[in-house]
Design a protein around this ligand. Structure first.
Ligand SMILES: C[S@@+](CC[C@H](N)C(=O)[O-])C[C@H]1O[C@@H](n2cnc3c(N)ncnc32)[C@H](O)[C@@H]1O
Length: 258
């Protein structure tokens, strides 16, 4: 890169190079990351949106746009930068989607709120009925009292989540540019990697949590799809499932149709 292509003039090139040489991810140095047609703010330690997530979210937006008969309510568990609900709000027809992002990290909630403002996605209000909306709540969805503590908009039509799914052994092998900069809470999914999927299954089994014909879309680690499919089927409420591959041919998203 030379001065002519430095689009972040507030940072000096030597500073940027020094931080990059120390292993800091480029997206934290530059402060943004494209996600579909959006350009989202990135700020450590909130997880940098990944291309495999972008891929399934665009596919889900196509699916939702073609089946939208009435406004739908969506809950995003572990929203991070807000990338999943914000891209869906941007791509789906106006007034068809009202989204709610949950995260345990105050840094994530602040970043998701800043990204919503940047993308011009408003919080819900009587005046925002004809546009798509996004709101956030700081909360722990593993807590047994989650549904009582949070002012949810259940029943939901769609649940999305890219939960932490890395096992302890995988965590120890991550490149330093990930483990030194991105929040461990965004990555570590419990000893087996499946803790969050079990919690999501417990939530969606609760009476009144989902509308009839709801869809649950979960990003998974590339070896986890079959097991996550089984966890969802074990709710006894799923009538069909799909597994979507990422652009590199790896199983990446489990869709459960309720
Ligand atoms: C893998 S990141 C995904 C972030 C974003 N959805 C994305 O796809 O880039 C998982 C997110 O879950 C959040 N998280 C972890 N444990 C949580 C919990 N118990 N309750 C709520 N959010 C949690 C983390 O803070 C992190 O932002």
């Amino acid at each position: 890169m030379n001065q002519a292509t430095n689009t972040h003039p507030h940072l000096s090139l030597p500073d940027m190079l020094r931080r990059r040489i120390l292993g800091e991810p480029l997206q934290y140095i530059l402060g943004d990351q494209p996600f579909g047609p959006l350009n989202l703010i990135t700020r450590a330690p909130v997880l940098i949106p990944r291309p495999e997530t972008e891929h399934w979210v665009i596919k889900l937006a196509d699916r939702l746009s073609s089946t939208s008969t009435r406004p739908k309510r969506l809950l995003d568990l572990g929203t991070g930068s807000g990338c999943i609900p914000l891209l869906l709000c941007h791509l789906c027809p106006p007034g068809t989607l009202h989204t709610h992002g949950i995260d345990i990290s105050p840094h994530a909630i602040q970043l998701a709120t800043d990204n919503a403002a940047l993308c011009k996605i408003p919080t819900p209000s009587p005046r925002s009925l004809h546009v798509n909306s996004f709101r956030t709540t700081l909360a722990n969805f593993l807590s047994p009292t989650f549904s009582d503590d949070v002012n949810l908009s259940a029943p939901y039509d769609i649940i999305t989540s890219n939960p932490p799914y890395i096992t302890w052994n995988e965590y120890l092998e991550l490149p330093r540019s990930v483990s030194d900069y991105e929040d461990p809470k965004a990555l570590f999914g419990g000893p087996s990697g499946f803790d969050f999927y079990h919690s999501i299954a417990r939530l969606v089994r609760q009476k009144g949590f989902l509308n009839p014909a709801a869809v649950v879309a979960l990003e998974v680690g590339h070896t986890q799809a079959k097991r996550v499919e089984d966890i969802m089927r074990a709710t006894g409420l799923v009538h069909s499932t799909e597994i979507w591959c990422d652009p590199w041919g790896k199983d990446r998203t489990v869709l459960a149709h309720f």
